[in-house]
Design a binder for this molecule. Structure first.
Ligand code: URA
Length: 267
């Protein structure tokens, strides 16, 4: 298998492209000894394969190269954790998407148990990795119902970049929304003594929106994500998924600055 052969690629990249897991997840599967190439266990991360000729199996099941990757969005309801399985048996988002039709689907990033909104799923490990990479600055838009009456000035620390326990945050555009915006999201009036705030993040740290708004003394009561990068939830019902359109996939790829699928570049 030569370096210049057009179908040669690193095994972890092949697994990610084939939708087995994210790139990092694929590496973990390899080092756990679950992957074979032509019947031989391949746990070395540098292993290269010929995608045309080599037979790759994970847990004894053939991994087929060249299947078109799948992209879909879910309007995640509250009460589900963002994982494809949970040893403790808690409800997870895997129940809400067609994993039998599209094996290898996984969520891109995560939303908290009680957060609703746009959760992207794909079988395309490269795109997922690119979208989540901090250098790509893919914007996530959140709408939060918060305790207390918020003035625009109070959001200035978010806009200028606040410091949280795990380090400084990138400046996050933030503004107070009208009560009508809350009705669009939750179909309820804004409770007395609460406000609705929109925050745009270009990073994705744990509980970041909740921690930022908590820091300015407006704890989050409800959190919803209407947009992820160029994707908008629109009027997709809670708990419902749909495949992305070709236009949405192209815009997503542009946002992540990823080349077209099935090229043979190493990286
Ligand atoms: N920020 C949070 O605090 N929670 C989420 O689910 C997403 C962003």
């Amino acid at each position: 298998m030569s370096e210049t052969h057009p179908h040669t690629m690193r095994l972890q990249r092949f697994l990610a492209r084939a939708g087995v897991a994210s790139r990092r997840g694929s590496e973990a599967i390899m080092t756990a000894g679950r992957v074979t190439v032509n019947g031989q266990v391949a746990s070395e991360l540098g292993t290269k394969i010929d995608t045309e000729r080599d037979v790759v199996e994970v847990d004894g099941k053939r991994v087929v190269w060249g299947d078109t990757p799948v992209y879909l969005m879910l309007n995640k309801p509250a009460g589900f954790i963002t994982t494809m399985s949970d040893p403790q048996g808690r409800p997870c988002v895997a129940k809400l998407v067609p994993t039998d039709r599209y094996p290898g689907l996984f969520p891109v990033g995560r939303l908290d148990f009680d957060t609703t909104g746009l959760l992207l799923f794909t079988t395309d490990g490269d795109l997922a990795q690119a979208l989540l990479h901090p250098s790509r600055h893919v914007t996530k838009r959140y709408v939060a119902l918060v305790d207390g009456r918020v003035s625009d000035d109070e959001l200035e620390p978010l806009r200028s970049g606040m410091i949280l326990d795990d380090g400084p945050c990138k400046p996050a555009p933030a503004r107070v929304l009208t009560p009508r915006a809350a009705r669009a999201v939750w179909n309820t009036a804004v409770p007395r003594g609460a406000s609705v705030v929109e925050v745009e993040l270009s990073e994705g740290r744990k509980n970041q929106v909740k921690r930022m708004l908590g820091r300015v003394h407006h704890p989050v009561l409800r959190l919803h994500r209407p947009a992820f990068g160029p994707l908008e939830l629109g009027d997709l019902e809670r708990g419902v998924w749909r495949l992305l359109t070709d236009g949405e996939i192209a815009r997503l790829r542009a946002a992540a600055a990823v080349s077209e699928p099935h090229d043979s570049k190493e990286g």
